[in-house]
Design a protein around this ligand. Structure first.
Ligand SMILES: Nc1ncnc2c1ncn2[C@@H]1O[C@H](COP(=O)(O)OP(=O)(O)O)[C@@H](O)[C@H]1O
Ligand SMILES: [Mg+2]
Length: 317
C-alpha cells in the first residue's frame, strides 16, 4: 500500500484576520480601534491538507516555514489536523509568509508578505515521494513560482506510478494564465477552479462554453460557485449542488476545503455527484468560522452538513 492518499506542495504561511466595521488605515499616525482578530495558519495547500486529513485521508505536505512563531502556528495546525509534517523544512534564513486580511462586513482586503509561501523548490520533491502517493494535489499554482515548470513532469511521474492528479490554480495575480499551465492540464484528472478562474483559463465568457472546452481534455471538472454551491462535469453529465444559507464569518479557504472534501469523496470511491456534495459540505462549513481551518468538519461532523446539500443532474446527453 502507498504511504499517502494525497501528497501536496504547500504555500505555507500564517493569516492574521483583523475584523471591524472600518479597517481603512489612516496614515499620519492615526490609531483606529478594531473589533477583534484571529491568527491562524494560512496557505491554500495547507488549509486543503488539514481538511483532507480531518476526513481520514493520509496526507503529506512538502513545504518550507521560517524558524519563527508563525512557522510554529503552521506546523501545530497541520499536526493537530492529522497531516504528516515530516516533509516540511524549517529554514532559519527565511520568514514565514504572512497575509493580513482586513475583514469588513461583506468585503476583504489582503496584504501579503510572500516569505516561505514561494520557498518550495522542485528538488524538495523526490521521485520516491511521488511514487509513495495515490494522488498529487497541486494548489496555488501561480504563487509557487519555483515549482511551476516542474509540476507537469511531477504529475506525469505520479501517473506513471498509477496515481491521479488534481489542480486548483487559484487566481493568477498577473492574469496571464500561462507558465506551463496548458501542458500541466493534459495530466490533470480532477480540475477544481472557481467560475472566474474557469472562464479566464478557457478564455470563454461563460461557464457552459468553458466546460465544453475542457470536456475533451480533463475527465472531471468541479467548479466552485460561492454561495451558489458548485457543479461537476464528467463526460456528458453535469451535476449541480445547492448549498444552505449560512451565517458567514469569513470565506478564507472555502475553496481549498471544497477541494479536500471533493477529493476525499472521489478517492474514497464515491461517484462525482457524491464527491460534489462532500466538497460543498466542507466549503460551506468552513465559512462559518474565522480563518481557513476552524470550521472544517471532521468525518463525524460531515453528515450534519451533507444533509443540507442538494445535488441534481442538470445535463445528461
Ligand atoms: N457565502 C457562502 N455560503 C455558503 N457556502 C459558501 C459560501 N461561500 C463559499 N461557500 C462554499 O464553499 C465552496 C467554495 O467556495 P468558493 O468561494 O466558490 O471557492 P474559491 O474560494 O475557490 O473561490 C462553495 O462551493 C460553497 O460550498
Ligand atoms: Mg480558490
Amino acid at each position: 500500500m502507498k504511504q499517502y492518499d494525497i501528497l501536496t506542495v504547500g504555500d505555507l504561511c500564517a493569516d492574521l484576520v483583523l475584523m471591524g466595521e472600518d479597517l481603512v488605515p489612516g496614515f499620519g499616525q492615526e490609531e483606529k480601534l478594531i473589533d477583534g482578530y484571529a491568527l491562524r495558519m494560512g496557505g491554500s495547500c495547507s488549509i486543503f491538507a488539514c481538511q483532507a486529513a480531518k476526513l481520514g485521508m493520509r496526507v503529506g505536505i512538502v513545504g518550507v516555514v521560517g524558524d519563527d512563531a508563525f512557522g510554529q502556528i503552521v506546523l501545530d495546525t497541520l499536526e493537530k489536523s492529522g497531516v504528516d509534517i515530516s516533509l516540511v523544512k524549517i529554514d532559519p534564513n527565511i520568514e514565514t509568509g504572512l497575509s493580513v486580511h482586513l475583514q469588513e462586513p461583506g468585503d476583504r482586503s489582503i496584504l501579503t508578505h510572500l516569505g516561505s509561501i514561494e520557498a518550495a523548490k522542485p528538488e524538495d520533491v523526490s521521485e520516491d515521494m511521488l511514487h509513495s502517493t495515490r494522488h498529487l494535489h497541486i494548489g496555488s499554482y501561480f504563487l509557487l513560482e519555483q515549482m511551476q515548470l516542474a509540476f507537469s513532469s511531477m504529475a506525469k511521474e505520479v501517473k506513471r506510478a498509477g496515481g491521479t492528479v488534481s489542480l486548483d490554480t487559484n487566481w493568477d495575480p498577473e492574469e496571464r494564465w500561462g507558465h506551463g499551465l496548458a501542458d500541466l492540464l493534459k495530466s490533470v484528472d480532477v480540475f477544481l477552479p472557481n467560475e472566474n478562474e474557469l472562464q479566464a483559463i478557457t478564455k470563454m465568457d461563460n461557464l457552459t462554453d468553458g466546460l465544453r472546452r475542457l470536456k475533451e481534455v480533463i475527465p472531471v471538472v468541479a467548479v466552485k460557485l460561492g454561495d451558489e454551491g458548485g457543479l461537476v462535469q464528467q463526460g456528458n453529465e453535469v451535476w449541480k449542488a445547492i448549498v444552505p444559507e449560512v451565517r458567514i464569518v469569513d470565506t478564507i479557504g472555502a475553496g481549498d476545503s471544497f477541494d479536500a472534501g471533493f477529493l476525499a469523496g472521489f478517492l474514497g470511491g464515491l461517484p462525482v455527484d457524491g464527491s460534489l456534495a462532500m466538497g460543498c459540505a466542507c466549503g460551506t462549513a468552513s465559512v462559518t468560522a474565522a480563518g481557513g481551518t476552524a470550521g472544517q468538519p471532521r468525518k463525524a461532523e460531515l453528515n450534519k452538513w451533507l444533509e443540507q446539500i442538494q445535488v441534481s443532474c442538470v445535463k445528461r446527453s
